[in-house]
Design a protein. Structure first.
Lengths: 285, 408
């Protein structure tokens, strides 16, 4: 068994290639600037809980037979329902809350996806791309909001989640739920402007709102923003969500890979050479 | 292989064909107890795999929107990779540290590792919703380089190649291909060095997979040191598997062994017990460090806390002491018992992180369906069948042919 210099350098070259890939991604992430992102502001105080957005969403995504019962029990989004409105008993009576993908600024699903099927578009929506996905469901493990859903009963399953009607946005229109909301509880716009609008509403009517915009900082900031008259845990929000982004949790590990890939072979080679010589010496004696 | 065959005379070529055909025939008893048990299970398993591709993953598994990874990932992949860690540890000891004592068990361990990886990737493909798109990751259509899973996948794939190269001299010896053997032996040192590096990274990478599931795994099991804990525990998990598997294969394949290798085995077991005890001591220290650092004491007085203590005391501390005494008293039976408890403990730990304590607070718990168990068993049985086929033919346990210099 021997390792000549050429194989060693070849291997080093391969590692360097791996390294340069790593650098490329860092650059890609930086180009998605937060100020250009679009988003939707959802004001719980304006929402009447009519479930209209659920029907509009189903229409826009080709689901025809959705059936929402009167006085519906607590429901969750699934592979047939990209958005769901639930009613919560709170300190201020019954309040509705719409659930869907939060479209994080730095999405965990996007960082988790090994084929870039989950993708944060520069426009703001986080979308899923059918031709790339291999169905590993790591996005479902990673998403702190449990948004991606999987078609377990299909032979060619898709990941289903809110895509903020990316097709409509690309045609210069606005997402179906925001377009059709009769109470203007949902407004679509630039994320930075929505935050300004939300602050203004809190400032103008401080007794009406809790002083917090859910989604401004949660999970590193999300494109969906919420205003509520009651503390957010009362209307089913996960308030344990950390304020830094979820991909940041794996950053340390990922950045340590390249150094280990380069340094460990060198160390191993060193140990190999050292033990080889001493073993030879023993044999000579 | 094709180059060597083309160089030999036509008559020899015919001989080679005869040789391969004769080797394909079974060499052991057909109606052995193992065959009688495993064969029906494999048939049922293959039918379930067929149904999975015909009707979708949901038709045979109990996976849900809350629990997207079940037994096929939690056991077959996450636990299985830790069990296969013996290959890189032994390769490091024999080829890098030059500890010649462990050389007799090197080939069987590398072969075990290679087959484990091969079949766990097969299990992984079953679990993928759109398995054909795996090609996207390989051909570079879409590199998700910021994904931990991407890095694990690539390290996994390259490591399989490294293991194949490390084992390939045995195949060349079996085929009596001397030129090929010289070439494969020459490149195997590169495979050794990169194999160890790739192992360290993908063993830790499997722990890193769960880093983003911060709010979903019970805080006693989730911490930012998961990658480190996974790589340290893979060392003694892998060696325990070597001890466990070695004690079985030494009984089953005892006719393959030279008498002096039989004798050497006890001293090898003692040495491995010592390494396990040390590895587990480091692991336990890390666990205590994390426990104190993350201020986890508040969770201990709860059902999940007791469960955590069962894992740490019953399946880490206890087998660690057993290994230590086994080493001090040269008691091989004790080594084997400790190895089995350690393996159960690793299984428990990996299943806790990926299944049991993942969504521990969910209203509906995931319990694997019987089909998931049968498919898991099927994969293990096929692997054992292939392993047996190779061990009975190639110089894995028995000595290399005389034309190979320096024994194996």
């Amino acid at each position: 068994m021997s390792l000549n210099r050429r194989t060693f350098f070849k291997a080093m070259g391969a590692t360097a290639v791996a390294l340069s890939f790593g650098k490329q991604t860092a650059a890609n992430n930086a180009t998605v600037s937060e100020t250009e992102l679009n988003g939707i502001l959802y004001d719980v105080t304006r929402c009447k809980g009519c479930h209209g957005c659920e029907y509009d969403c189903a229409d826009a995504h080709g689901f025809t037979d959705i059936d929402i019962p009167k006085n519906p029990p607590f429901r969750r989004t699934d592979e047939k329902h990209r958005t769901v409105v639930n009613h919560y008993e709170t300190s201020q009576g019954k309040l509705p809350r719409k659930t869907q993908c939060m479209h994080c600024n730095q999405p965990a699903c996007d960082a988790a996806c090994l084929t870039q099927a989950m993708h944060k578009t520069p426009e703001g929506p986080v979308i899923w791309r059918e031709d790339k996905c291999m169905g590993c469901r790591y996005c479902m493990i990673s998403c702190p909001f449990d948004v991606p859903k999987f078609e377990y009963e299909s032979t060619n399953p898709r990941i289903v989640k809110c895509d903020m009607c990316i097709d409509l946005i690309n045609q210069g229109e606005i997402p179906a739920c925001a377009y059709n909301c009769p109470e203007e509880a949902l407004i679509y716009g630039k994320r930075s402007e929505l935050i300004r609008e939300a602050r203004k509403r809190i400032h103008d009517e401080p007794e009406k709102y809790v002083d917090h915009i859910y989604g401004e900082h949660e999970a590193g900031g999300t494109s969906w923003l919420y205003l509520s008259p009651v503390p957010f845990d009362e209307i089913g929000f996960n308030t344990k969500i950390q304020n830094s982004s979820y991909p940041a949790l794996t950053k340390g590990f990922i950045s340590s890979i390249a150094p280990v890939d380069i340094l460990l072979p060198a160390v191993l080679l060193g140990i190999y050479e050292a033990t080889k010589t001493s073993a030879n010496k023993e044999e000579e004696q | 292989m094709s180059t060597t065959i083309s160089k030999v005379e036509p008559k020899q070529k015919e001989n080679m064909l005869h040789f391969i055909i004769s080797e394909l025939k079974p060499k052991g008893k057909i109606f052995s107890p193992f065959n009688i048990v495993s064969f029906p299970i494999m048939i049922v398993g293959l039918v379930i795999i067929f149904l999975r591709f015909k009707n979708g993953i949901g038709s045979v598994t109990n996976l849900s929107q809350d629990v997207p990874w079940g037994l096929w990932i939690g056991f077959d992949v996450v636990t299985g990779v830790a069990f296969a860690g013996g290959a890189y540890v032994l390769v490091f000891m024999v080829n890098i540290l030059n500890l010649k004592k462990y050389k007799p068990i090197l080939r069987i361990t590398v072969l075990n590792g290679f087959l484990a990886y091969l079949f766990y990737s097969a299990a992984l493909l079953l679990d993928l919703g759109r398995p054909l798109n795996v090609i996207n990751v390989v051909i570079g259509n879409n590199y998700g380089v910021s994904s931990v899973l991407f890095l694990v996948g690539w390290h996994f794939l390259l490591y399989m190649l490294a293991l194949l190269i490390e084992f390939s001299p045995a195949v060349a010896e079996w085929l009596n291909a001397r030129k090929l053997h010289r070439f494969l032996t020459a490149i195997s040192m590169g495979a050794v060095i990169f194999g160890i590096t790739l192992s360290v990274l993908h063993q830790s990478g499997i722990g890193a997979l769960f880093l983003m599931a911060k709010d979903k795994i019970h805080p006693l099991w989730y911490n930012s040191y998961l990658p480190l804990l996974f790589v340290v525990s893979s060392i003694f998990a892998g060696i325990s598997m070597v001890i466990f598997e070695g004690s079985i294969s030494h009984r089953v394949f005892s006719n393959q062994l030279a008498p002096e290798d039989h004798h050497k085995h006890n001293s090898i077991l003692t040495g491995l017990s010592k390494i396990c005890a040390l590895g587990m001591f480091v692991y336990l220290s890390l666990l205590i460090l994390v426990f104190v650092h993350e201020q986890n004491a508040v969770y201990i007085n709860s059902p999940m806390g007791y469960w955590f203590l069962v894992e740490v005391i019953g399946f880490v501390l206890f087998p660690m002491l057993l290994f230590f005494f086994a080493y001090r008293t040269h008691n091989t039976l004790l080594s084997r018992i400790a190895a089995i408890i350690t393996l159960l403990g690793i299984m428990l730990n990996r299943m806790n992180i990926s299944i049991i304590c993942y969504r521990w607070d969910a209203a509906e718990r995931y319990i694997p369906s019987w089909q998931e168990f049968v498919v898991t068993l099927t994969i293990i049985f096929i692997e054992i069948w292939v392993l047996r086929w190779i061990v009975r033919r190639m110089p894995v346990l028995h000595r290399s042919p005389d034309w190979v210099g320096g024994g194996h």
